[in-house]
Ligand binder design. Structure first.
Ligand SMILES: Cc1ncc(COP(=O)(O)O)c(C=O)c1O
Length: 430
């Protein structure tokens, strides 16, 4: 199939590895997260190495990286201080049969930094942290139903309709839209006395309306449900203490992961003491929880992010990126816009009734992918997923990205016209 598409010259090694991967790895890899469609337009499917704000693909092409492993890299790839701390820890052992001082130090730092944090539970990966949070909510309330809003990982309760998930999850999990208090109120009322917790991904799209989280807080209090804020993406980026700082969100529990360890896998549930201190009543332990390498990395991340004011850096560079790219889109009449927040800029297609730059019907649903393919072909790695920045990104990277975006927009428009007229193969756009 790959040969039907263009740009084969840029990524022969990626394509070759992909063919091999598809024979032995289900779906060729983490295909839900790492879309291979870009490979069909010349983008990378395999990385070889990474340093600072950049990575190099298996064909030797260099990219400014705005996905950063989907968010964990916050200081920069292969950060020298993280590496030094982790190598020191490697030489002192990676996992022990008893506790380790670093777990206390990191927990103390988290409790100093995150407004709702009075106690900490360690996990591996964001999915296991969100699972831990809903277990805590259920244990605390003795109830079973969970209202969820946003992406929370891959566990059964996150995907009640998926093949392989027991049918009863559908009765226990209720999904509601973001920023929709009437929908949340209705779900709480229809399930009165049964809702253990409400878990919400902190920042989605253009963020919370002013009355949203105060309303969530009130509804949770009225119904005796635990309010869990999912900060796996936003933690350490919107502020060191997460999005709960700038948006003044009063959550009972919160999940943090990704950026906490600059690429190492620990994640945590933090929260108010009364929701956590009795949780030895349920089982939340696993072999690799609080692994020493992640904790060594977390100590460096928290110190560096504070000393160098990481969130201010993201705010400044992210604002430049959003404004610069929006200028390009208008100038080129490419129907896209960068929305979201400087800490997490989010590309969106414009709507057909946008007064200034509407998406034509024949481009609908395709514009983001073709623009990102154009960026990737020129050495900027980004997709339709919200973008991330690291402390290693510089003003020069932003300037270069905006300059490249103009050419990528031209290429995207050409491709979109060719796809619309059937001169060029359409990608699997979804
Ligand atoms: C808001 C949110 N919660 C939970 C998760 C799951 O984290 P992980 O992929 O580390 O399991 C993610 C991952 O992208 C996320 O963005």
């Amino acid at each position: 199939m790959a040969d039907q598409f263009t740009s084969t010259a840029r990524n022969p090694r990626s394509r070759q590895l992909w063919e091999r991967a598809c024979r032995v790895i289900v779906g060729g890899g983490q295909a839900h997260k790492r879309p291979v469609k870009y490979m069909l337009r010349g983008g990378p499917a395999f990385a070889a190495r990474a340093q600072g704000a950049y990575f190099w693909d298996a064909d030797g092409n260099k990219y400014i990286d705005y996905l950063l492993g989907y968010g964990p890299i916050v200081l920069g790839h292969a950060d020298p201080q993280v590496n030094e701390a982790v190598i020191r820890q490697l030489n002192a052992g990676t996992i022990y049969s008893v506790e380790h001082e670093a777990s206390v130090e990191v927990a103390e730092a988290l409790c100093r930094t995150i407004p709702c944090a009075q106690m900490v539970l360690y996990f591996i990966g964001g999915s296991s942290a969100t699972q831990g949070a809903i277990r805590c909510a259920r244990a605390h309330t003795g109830r079973e139903k969970i209202i969820r809003c946003g992406y929370h990982g891959w566990y059964d309760w996150c995907w009640p309709q998926m093949p392989g998930v027991p049918h009863h999850e559908r009765e226990l999990i209720i999904a509601v839209p973001y920023n929709d208090l009437p929908a949340l109120r209705a779900a709480m009322e229809q399930n009165a006395g049964q809702v253990a917790g409400v878990i919400i991904e902190a920042v989605q799209g253009d963020g919370p309306a002013g009355d949203y989280f105060p309303g969530v807080r009130r509804l949770c209090d009225e119904h005796g449900s635990v309010f869990v804020l999912d900060e796996i993406k936003t933690g350490f980026r919107f502020a060191l203490g997460g999005a709960q700082v700038p948006f003044a969100i009063d959550a009972d529990l919160a999940t943090f992961g990704k950026a906490m360890c600059n690429g190492f896998p620990a994640a945590v549930v933090v929260g108010k003491r009364q929701f956590m201190e009795k949780r030895t009543d349920t089982y939340l332990a696993a072999t690799f929880h609080a692994d020493a390498l992640s904790l060594a990395a977390a100590q460096v991340v928290m110190r560096q992010m504070e000393q160098r004011d990481g969130p201010a850096h993201f705010e400044r560079l992210g604002r430049r990126l959003i404004d610069g790219l929006n200028g390009v889109f208008l100038d080129k009449r490419l129907p896209l816009k960068m929305g979201g927040f400087p800490a997490m800029p989010a590309p969106m297609e414009t709507s057909p009734d946008d007064p200034v730059n509407p998406v034509p019907p024949e481009f609908k649903g395709k514009t983001i992918t073709e623009f990102m393919a154009g960026l990737q072909n020129r050495g900027v790695y980004a997709t339709g997923h919200p973008w991330f920045l690291s402390l290693a990104h510089t003003d020069a990277d932003i300037d270069r990205t905006i300059a490249i975006a103009a050419d990528a927009a031209d290429e995207a428009l050409e491709t979109l016209k060719d796809v619309a007229s059937g001169r060029r193969e359409a990608l699997p756009y979804s």
